[in-house]
Ligand binder design. Structure first.
Ligand SMILES: NC(=O)C1=CN([C@@H]2O[C@H](COP(=O)(O)OP(=O)(O)OC[C@H]3O[C@@H](n4cnc5c(N)ncnc54)[C@H](O)[C@@H]3O)[C@@H](O)[C@H]2O)C=CC1
Ligand SMILES: [Mg+2]
Length: 287
């Protein structure tokens, strides 16, 4: 016998499903966010599965090309119900996962999620002494000199990551001047098998007394740039960028710098940063 309160809960669950808002997108897909259901204690996975099967049939009839289903973490059982109907994970963040189902013709054309992580290091050069700031990692088996740096926070500008990481790891304050190099490595073990983008910036110091982070660094010092360019005890990236920096130090930074300019984005009203080699004024103003 189904107890009346349980029947009532189920009826509420069905009403909630029937009332789910669907958001079409400009590509012909549709999104449904299951957070709208609140905490449906009595809405069973099987009932949700039946609703989803009917909804998918309807979306096919309507000619939708894709379904985006957002599932709050506490309702993850619904992800299993969706997977049994062909949905697959697209991405997950702290509180929810998003699954997709391609309904269009031919192979799935939905864009993937994050493909890279971004690391940024700072080559901090004291131009008055020709010394550059280097560290050795505490957690590495082979200890080579490298520039202090680390992973970018979401929404953080490249130069801000370099300045923050340099300060956190060495106690040195600095200012962003330019980008010197970009390294891309696929299947990076430190990036959960994704690709790693590693950018080295040129920074100018505004403080000089080292107070390095004991958790992350084993050693930290101001080293002659000339010596860093020659030493065998540096990673290949560090050696190459040290040579590049030495070239710029001797012959003018305009030979090596990739500088930054800020522009308003046309469609969104946001701003972005454009990084490129110096462009003479006469070329900037060509109409
Ligand atoms: N060629 C070079 O000179 C080197 C370049 N890199 C690049 O630097 C960037 C990352 O810099 P980092 O200094 O590593 O980042 P970071 O300065 O943001 O530090 C990451 C922190 O997370 C910790 N961590 C990492 N994986 C962990 C795990 N599974 N469990 C617990 N703790 C963990 C580390 O011990 C470290 O304290 C990447 O882009 C990488 O490719 C890193 C090392 C050498
Ligand atoms: Mg680091």
């Amino acid at each position: 016998m189904v107890r009346p309160w349980r029947a009532l809960q189920r009826a509420r669950g069905w009403r909630a499903l029937a009332g789910l808002r669907e958001r079409p997108d400009k590509f012909g897909g549709v999104s449904v966010d299951l957070a709208q259901l609140g905490r449906p204690r009595r809405l069973e996975r099987a009932a949700f599965g039946r609703w989803l099967r009917d909804a998918v049939a309807r979306w096919r009839e309507e000619g939708r090309v894709a379904v985006w289903l957002r599932v709050p973490i506490l309702q993850s059982g619904f992800a299993a119900a969706a997977a049994s109907q062909g949905f697959a994970f697209h991405h997950a963040e702290q509180g929810a996962s998003t699954l997709t189902l391609w309904l269009g013709e031919g192979p799935n054309r939905l864009p993937g999620y994050a493909s890279h992580q971004l690391g940024v290091a700072g080559a901090v050069l004291d131009e008055s002494t020709g010394k550059v700031l280097v560290v050795q990692d505490r957690n590495r088996t082979i200890n080579a000199w490298k520039f202090p740096g680390g992973l970018s926070n979401p929404g953080e500008d490249i130069g801000d990551t370099a300045v923050r990481e340099v300060f956190e790891e060495t106690g040195i304050k600095s200012e962003f001047k330019s980008i010197l190099s970009i390294r891309q490595q696929h299947e990076h073990p430190g990036a959960f098998g994704k690709s790693d983008m590693y950018i080295i910036c040129r920074l100018e110091p505004s403080s000089f007394t080292i107070s390095f982070c004991q958790q992350e660094c084993l050693r930290c010092e101001w080293m002659d740039l000339d010596e860093l360019a020659r030493t065998k005890h540096a990673t290949p990236i560090t050696s190459n960028v040290a040579k590049l920096l030495l070239y710029g130090y001797r012959e003018g930074f305009e030979k090596i710098d990739i500088t930054m300019r800020e522009f308003p984005a046309v469609y969104t009203g946001l701003f972005y940063k454009l990084y490129h080699r110096e462009l003479p004024e006469s070329y900037r103003n060509i109409i």
